[in-house]
Write a protein that binds this ligand. Structure first.
Ligand code: THU
Length: 136
């Protein structure tokens, strides 16, 4: 169980990270924050490209940054989308990548600029996850 303060802090980290997003095409900034098992927080932002399809979402950017630093296990994820009033959940591609590194019961919190926060889990975002047996 992650305590309330830790989730709140994680969402704040995601909000701060979002300010560093590189989103000159959509003007839609997103920040993600991963709570690593040892308490370290690793953030990521969306990184767009003039070849639009190459855009990397904040969630995958955070996962890649964390893995690059040697972190493979996470206790929670928070996502902030300050340019949306409503909370914005991860896209389908990110859900698959999140599912690679986080078990189904991992808490996920996401919020926009309005007061509403969604509290869910990796398993709710990616039900019927499969292909676990492919690891060699
Ligand atoms: N985006 C994210 O970074 N994460 C999400 O969860 C939703 C969408 C980015 C991709 C693109 O740069 C911008 O938001 C608009 O879709």
């Amino acid at each position: 169980m992650i305590d309330k303060n830790k989730m709140e802090n994680l969402l704040n980290e995601a909000k701060n990270a979002a300010l560093k997003a590189y989103a000159p095409y959509s003007n839609f900034r997103v920040g993600a924050a991963l709570l690593c098992e040892d308490g370290t927080v690793i953030t990521g932002v969306n990184v767009e490209n003039r070849s639009y399809g190459l855009t990397i979402c904040a969630e995958r950017s955070a996962v890649c940054s964390a893995v690059s630093k040697g972190y493979l296990r996470f206790n929670a994820l928070a996502i902030a989308a300050p340019d949306s009033v409503e909370p914005v959940g991860p896209c389908g591609a990110c859900r698959q990548v999140i599912g690679e590194f986080m078990p189904a019961d991992t808490p996920v919190r996401f919020a926009g600029s309005g007061g509403t926060e969604v509290n869910t889990t990796v398993g709710e975002l990616l039900p019927f996850d499969s292909l676990h047996d492919l690891k060699k």
